[in-house]
Design a protein. Structure first.
Length: 453
């Protein structure tokens, strides 16, 4: 045998290095608290990080003290600072502290959601969480689903289930007739990716026009469906959005759901962001009709402040996931629930623990309070915008996303964004909306500050 590995890489059987490992953990806790979570002001991170130069993997390992210094010198300063109170750029939330520590716990347990045998407790926990969220959205007792690594994978899984529900032999024989999906023109690019991955082609993704707020137009949907029917084409899915990426708009879910049911088409709701409105007394009504969905995407990693990754896909009838994947695990006991047979992922983290801890710590009242607080902060932000002579709102926000633009002909939206970021005031994104680059603010930080001079 070669030279023994460093004693602080693993716990010694006799526990003789327990204190050394504990001190190693404390160093990381101090780093997280003092150098990351505390960066609520100052800059947003240096935009052009130098390469870790010279990049090399040393022959012999480096001391922990050197690695901690490297993190403080190179990694943290050049990471986007989401903890800054002026950060409002994207759907990036400051993670609940308990979910930061939960990620370390998940890594230490290192269970694998591939099968019940490898993660019995967490399989049961995920099933219970999926059932709870299914009930919350009104899908009924026969609903099922799974956690996923992000909303794009959840949307892909939903479209796969919809396609195989329409063509039951598609998983074995392939697609035997053209398959089209109808989505809002404001839908996320993950649907383009999904059509590509499923082999259906992006040309078969039909985008329906929206109104100036970004909500799907029902008349345009009817017209498109009638045109397709006249050609002998029936879409395999209609997608509605609850919380569009740019304006945060919510499509008329009840009307779209009724149309989908009337025509016998799978109805998917991408509520990756806006699904959290279910916790809001003032916005829950915007989700009326989500209970008609055959599948739903929801991301607690966004508006529920759970550390990434934490997303899910829910289906009205649990067996549809198994039929969609149609891949039993011959090396596992199929009498048990094996999520490796129900997801596109094999090895998967036990993110159910992180979500469960967040919900237990907050309670339903805590979820409601955080969501309502962000909505109130959005109203205050919009009032602040209206008092500024050089900017104006593009449309009234539906949720906690506000879109604005410069009213000064000499100052473009891009120039204004750069000025604010350089001054350490506020970090807004610059999405493309109806042919123009606009400024988007997502009011998520629990201690948001945007009104610096």
């Amino acid at each position: 045998m070669g030279e023994a590995v460093h004693p602080d890489f693993f716990m010694s059987p006799d526990g003789s290095n327990r204190e050394s490992l504990r001190q190693q953990g404390y160093r990381f806790v101090d780093l997280i608290i003092d150098d990351i979570l505390s960066r609520t002001t100052g800059d947003f991170g240096q935009p052009r990080p130098p390469a870790i130069a010279p990049f090399e993997i040393p022959e012999h390992g480096r001391p922990m003290v050197d690695l901690m210094a490297e993190l403080r010198r190179t990694v943290i300063p050049h990471s986007l600072n989401l903890h800054h109170r002026g950060y409002m750029g994207h759907m990036d939330s400051v993670p609940l502290a308990i979910t930061i520590w939960a990620d370390a716990l998940i890594a230490a347990l290192n269970n694998n959601m591939l099968s019940y045998e490898l993660a019995p407790f967490f399989t049961d926990l995920e099933q219970q969480l999926i059932h709870w969220f299914s009930q919350l959205f009104g899908l009924g007792d026969s609903a099922g689903g799974t956690l996923t690594a992000g909303g794009s994978l959840a949307n892909l899984t939903a479209l796969l289930a919809a396609r195989n529900h329409t063509q039951t032999e598609a998983s074995r024989r392939g697609v035997t007739m053209p398959q089209m999906a109808l989505v809002s023109e404001a839908a996320h690019t993950s649907f383009d990716k999904a059509m590509n991955v499923l082999g259906l082609g992006q040309d078969h993704l039909i985008r329906i026009p929206t109104n100036p707020r970004g909500e799907l137009q029902i008349d345009a949907l009817h017209q498109t469906l009638d045109t397709l029917a006249g050609r002998g084409c029936i879409p395999f899915v209609i997608v509605a959005i609850a919380g569009t990426t740019v304006t945060g708009a919510i499509d008329p879910l009840a009307e779209i759901g009724a149309i989908a049911r009337e025509r016998g088409i799978w109805f998917h709701v991408d509520a990756a962001y806006g699904g959290a409105a279910i916790f809001s007394e003032s916005r829950r009504s915007h989700l009326r009709g989500i209970e008609l969905a055959d599948s739903i995407t929801f991301n607690p990693q966004k508006w529920l402040w759970v550390a990434r990754t934490c997303a899910m896909v829910l289906v009205r009838h649990a067996p549809t996931l198994g039929r969609a994947l149609d891949t039993p695990l011959p090396y596992m006991d199929e009498a048990q629930t094996n999520y490796g047979s129900l997801t596109l992922q094999g090895t998967r983290r036990t993110d159910s623990l992180k979500l469960w801890l967040a919900l237990q710590a907050l309670g339903q009242s805590g979820c409601r309070q955080l969501v309502e607080d962000s909505l109130m902060a959005t109203e205050l932000f919009c009032q602040w915008v209206q008092r500024q002579p050089q900017i104006d709102l593009i449309c009234e926000p539906t949720l906690n996303i506000a879109c604005l633009r410069s009213t000064d002909p000499a100052v473009s939206n891009a120039m204004l964004q750069k000025q604010w970021i350089a001054a350490g005031r506020r970090w807004l994104s610059l999405p493309l909306w109806r042919g123009d680059r606009i400024l988007k603010a997502v009011v998520l930080h629990p201690h948001q500050q945007w009104h610096q001079p």
